[in-house]
Design a binder for this molecule. Sequence first.
Ligand code: NAP
Length: 489
Amino acid sequence: MAASNQNTSKTVTLIPGDGIGPECVESARRIIDATGAGVTWEVRHAGESVFKQGIPSGVPTDTIESIRKTRCVLKGPLGTPVGYGEKSANVTLRKLFETFGNIRPVRELPGVKTPYSGRGIDLVVVRENVEDLYAGIEHMQTPSVAQCLKLISRKGCEKIVRLAFEFARSEGRKSVVCATKSNIMKLTEGTLKRTFEEIAKEYPDIQSWHIIIDNCAHQLVKKPEQFDVIVTTNMNGDIISDLTSALVGGLGFAPSANLGNDVAIFEAVHGSAPKYAGKNVINPTAVIGSSIMMLRHLGEFDAAQKIENALLVTLEEGKVKTGDVVGYDSGLACTTTAFTDEIIKNLGKEPRTIKPRVYKPLNIPRISSDPVSVRPKSRRVIGADIFVESGLLPDKLGPALEAKAEGTALKLKMISNRGTQVYPDKGTLIDCVDQYRCRFVLRDAAGNLSDNELITLLNKLSPEHQWVHIEKLAEFDGQPGFTKAQGED
Ligand code: NAP
């Protein structure tokens, strides 16, 4: 992968990270230095040590300043120690610099035997990297009911879809598959599917189709060689990219690039694997692979190819094998250092069994920075979902709310409990919890709900019925901007 970005400097912010991070990163750094590539390192920190200094974000100012300057990061995994910080420093770093696309390639490697060996797996997961449940907006709506907001924007979808197609072109790949759960989450996951289907038309040279994410997981295990590029939402991508790494030998072999318009962060897919920390036994290939992606991003194509070739030769020859490949207790496993030394020794050699890919510059899509990406011609609010904390059962709560809504602009249409209609009763058997979504709609079907009308209803409901959350029911260009409850007519 090669990116056409504005980074003229070859200074890279190097974050050793936690657990096995420093060992992996040191390995990659030694190999890059041995190629003579013009990279200088600015070592900065994030993660556990920083949390323990009392910096709640886990990312100190001097690290942010360094990244703003270098625009390029090679990092080890970061952990969140129990009792420190609330957010993953890793996710914070990705989000602070709007690295919206996470490219996670896996490829069958010589000398790494798996149940899939010989099938030619060579695929890439392009994971949306800053939205979805990773927005991390969570609330306890009642003492016993937690909520996490799944935020998906049209703009975020456009960026990741365009990145996936551009990436496919840069590597001469044949197809891009969009994997979503749009059959269940029609608005959030559906936005990615719809955006994908629209933008795919601009890339007629690349085959494209949609697949439901659960079937995608099934197909990945059954016939992974059918896939080339898979574009998906953040959570789906997080899960299936661990799966795809296992197809080619495990997390020790899975590199990644977090790409944005301004900053790129290169790191392994794996975490800090604390049980192996400091033992000099782990497989550094994932971070080495990430550093190869980084060199191409920096325009250092020769050094990147040299390292890739030396890594492949090392795996082909199999003189040294890491514990994840041969078993840590087999007596055959080499140290991380020995594996690194062997790659350095093999710099300049070419692999026999794998043909190097031809890389073209990757055009990272830059779309309008206007926060508004969809402008409907008309909109109106036809009601509101009012979430209420209540210990009442639906047959008591429903009539009580109907009585409260008397004389207001709104009437109760239905109540659901965790998404399923429980009032009016449809004869279902729902084990309710103390959070109800109460859907009120305008009595005047052609009206447009005002804030004052809504506030009047809220004032009538409380304090007897404790409302905890409100969502307006909007229509954009006559289309409902909300979904029905299970069982709602
Ligand atoms: P993990 O660190 O990825 O480790 C899971 C397992 O994967 C390991 O036990 C090991 O499997 C294997 N593995 C990972 N890296 C390997 C390597 N380089 N060589 C050989 N085997 C490797 O996942 P985790 O234990 O769930 O997470 C640990 C911490 O890392 C958590 O704090 C998590 O939040 C953090 N994390 C950080 C990042 C990041 O910074 N990018 C990503 C993911 C997780 P075996 O046990 O089978 O040998």
